[in-house]
Design a protein around this ligand. Sequence first.
Ligand code: SF4
Length: 650
Amino acid sequence: MVNEFVYCPRLFYYEFVDGIFVPSADTLRGDSDHRRVDQGSGALPKPESSDPSRQITGGEADHQPDGEKNPSETIHSRSVQLGSDRLGVSAKLDLVELQVDGDGQSTAAPVEYKSGRPRQTDDGIEIWDADRVQLGLQMLILRENGYSCDVGILYYRETRQRVRLAWTGELERWIEEQVLGARQCASGPRPPPLENSPKCPRCSLAPICLPDETNWLREVIGSGEPTPAAGPGGPGANDEGTTATGRGDMPAEPGYKPPPRPPGSLARAGHGDDAPIPFPREKLPRSRTRPGSRSDNGELRRLIAAQDDRRAVYLNTPGMTVGLRQGRLIAKEKDKVIQEIRITDVNHLAVFGNIQISTQTIQALCGAGIPITYFSTGGFFYAIARGHSLTNVMTRIAQFRAADDPVTCRALARRMVAGKIRNQRTLLMRNHVDPPEAVLRRLQQAQADVDRADSLDALLGVEGAAAALYFEHFGGMVKPRRTADDEHSAAPELTFDFRTRNRRPPRDPVNALLSLAYSLLAKDFTIAAYTVGFDPYVGFYHQPRCGRAALALDLMEEFRAVVADSAVLTAINNGSVTSRDFVRAGNAVNLTPAGRKVFFEVYEKRLNSTIRHPVFDYQVCYRRAFELQFRLLARALTGELAHYVPFTTR
Ligand code: SF4
């Protein structure tokens, strides 16, 4: 882990303190390269050995006599685990070459395998600093365990080069500084991202870290106070007084005290109620002259994929069964295979109503970090199953503290509601046949009223009035194509004539679609909340209530109009759904299974459509934008950013 600290302190913090590890092509290649050495027994003769073969217990280190001229012997020990009590560190050594001379004197040299290549400089090749500290620490540990060790070797597989590292006093001091630095880093707030670093595009944590986005927002809106300690032992401290690592090679030093933190309440960090609510473009000045957080052309580098290549699978037919065969999901209806898809191509599985999923399938999906969401036949989102992947407790600690503070709740809620109203107004302007000027003005006024709302109740009043106004004119955006289906509909009263929003149950086709769309949106925001490390049930605007995913509901406010309402309008106005896709049951109107299937496709298409992100000005799909909002919220709660920036479309 110390090598991660040398590569980037923030990377170290994510992995060591938060327990977040995302494999990359480099790490997967490295894992594959290490497979052979990891099969070693870990046995290593004692340093004072004169007859090494007798000193090895429980192992089978390789013995290689060096020939008759030289009676010395070389022993290869693989996967050796050793530690230093003085520094409180441990290491797993790929390979130790132990040279034993005829007098029984041994010299150890650690060999570390790397999948890449050494650093090329004008003066020749060099060892990367992260590799230097890793190998140097192994040498230091060998020395502290009584071995004579003056040289270590890095073997770079890509170029097949063995590069030697000589032990010096300077190297020793540098390593000790890095160990101390890593320990202090783990006990403090999250370090800021590197600035415009070439390391970031290679870093698998870039989509989580958002280095350029965070640096840029810190430039323009500032940062709040750092996260205070999680408890007596600092972030990640557990009951045993060791630091929670996720990879566990650096137990906390007994009696070690983290440096004091700045005073201040996390809950209030950066969320002053008086701060104006910033909207991208008008309120956030662009700094194209400062290269710190931008590439040379002044643009933010997009280090996240614009889209998720995997897809959501919706299963909607009662009586269906889902099983697993050779890494593929097999959905069957009466023993007939209806759908077959590789697990690696799925980002989540949504099941509606009475559908059976085998235990093996649930295990495989949970193991792969793919959530399963459960809906009633009527589309009510009631459960989610997922694996144990929530390791970054600090985000949730910050969330709970903030949720316990009424001032912070109100400040965050004001930004979310302001974003929602603004996006409703934008949708009306874009899609209404004749957007009434007076309505647009009143919605603009409502945004200003949000700034003045001095309680959550007052805010609810402003939001409710704006929603009533918006839905009063929602019908002006519904422009259904008349199809042959409508002519022959068994229930001609099921039209897309929209008068007002109603629910529980929805009483007309447009409301049935809106209810389903909000349910799907709540599902996707619950998944995104978990992905980022939040508890979706603890919100700021929506106050906690049993069974209500309050935080998911909070953040989806900004996206209701631009994603859910927009998908409903597309489905109706394009003729994807017709009156034949609905059934009436008493007062309620529901979609038929076929109608739901069509709407799932329209909704997923909306989620996967790319937009220019209003804050970061690069292309992403809505599904990614959901996750980005949660990451921005996490930064605001932990003080990395001065406040939360709502998502508002142009
Ligand atoms: S993306 Fe860059 S700043 Fe962020 S953890 Fe990786 S190397 Fe560090």
